[in-house]
Design a protein around this ligand. Structure first.
Ligand code: CIR
Length: 265
């Protein structure tokens, strides 16, 4: 990557308030609807944690027409070098791109739009100290991933296309950056060679959803319902901020998906 700075140092972020329609959010399996109040409480705690970690957070208004709009990570990508408006792979989320575009244009001098054809979700994109990884999934297809590589390269960012395990929503559902050398990853993703060249911490069995953690500056935000993962990371010396994710977890979400984060130039 352009690489003189850590991939987890952020001073700015965008979040979007949950819509009342969030109870209708997409999910692979139904374990009951999340409550609006519950999602709001989790979202409020998340914003507070970002702010305590030293990030300026701008809060966008909810979009009732888009039940999944709180997952603002998916329709866009942001870097110090510029932003990219993506094309979300789920039909019900496609319109979120047009909603995030003007926000990004206000904040970044360079804003690229993912050229057609293909789709790509921000949840499939992991920024590391060794470049950007683009996970192929049901939301990010090869055409979208290749188009994204062109955009990233014009921002001066190197990237490579990798596989997401079968049946997993997004690449980052199963992994997150812990520091410049280390990835938190599920056993099933660690079995591939994707993270050769990195150290890995494997998420304990039964806590796979904990893999979508979020390193921000000095802290690692981790789902509060995953005590074994928290203990493991604590043992490695990471400063953990546990955050409740049980409501958003019902609609297949974790911690990275609720913000777009970057370090200002
Ligand atoms: C969806 O299926 O699109 C939402 N219910 C969850 C999106 C989670 N996004 C993410 O992890 N980046």
């Amino acid at each position: 990557m352009s690489g003189d700075r850590s991939a987890y140092m952020f001073d700015a972020a965008i979040v979007r308030r949950p819509a009342k329609s969030v109870a209708k959010g997409l999910r692979a399996e139904n374990s009951g609807d999340p409550t609006y109040e519950g999602v709001v409480a989790e979202h409020d705690a998340y914003i507070a944690a970002l702010r305590s970690a030293g990030v300026d957070v701008e809060i966008l208004p909810p979009l009732e027409a888009f039940p999944d709009c709180v997952f603002v990570e998916d329709p866009g990508l942001v870097f110090t070098q510029g932003a990219i408006v993506l094309r979300p792979g789920a039909e019900s989320r496609a319109g979120e791109a047009a909603e995030i575009a003007p926000v990004l244009k206000e904040k970044f001098e360079t804003v690229l739009e993912l050229p057609a054809p293909g789709s790509a979700d921000g949840g499939d994109i992991l920024l590391t100290s060794q470049g950007v990884m683009i996970g192929l999934s049901n939301r990010t297809d090869l055409a979208g991933a290749q188009a994204l590589q062109t955009c990233l390269s014009s921002l001066g960012l190197e990237s490579r296309i990798v596989e997401t395990p079968e049946g997993v929503l997004h690449f980052k559902t199963d992994c997150s950056l812990l520091d410049d050398e280390t990835i938190l990853v599920t056993e099933r993703l660690a079995r591939s060679t994707v993270f050769d060249g990195f150290a890995t911490v494997i998420v304990p069995e039964g806590e796979e959803a904990a893999a979508n953690a979020l390193r921000v500056n000095d802290v690692v935000m981790v789902g509060a319902d995953f005590p074994n993962t928290i203990e493991r990371l604590d043992g490695f010396g990471y400063k953990i901020v546990p955050l409740k994710t049980s409501e958003i977890g019902k609609i297949d979400a974790g911690l990275s998906c609720m913000s777009l984060r970057w370090r200002r130039a």
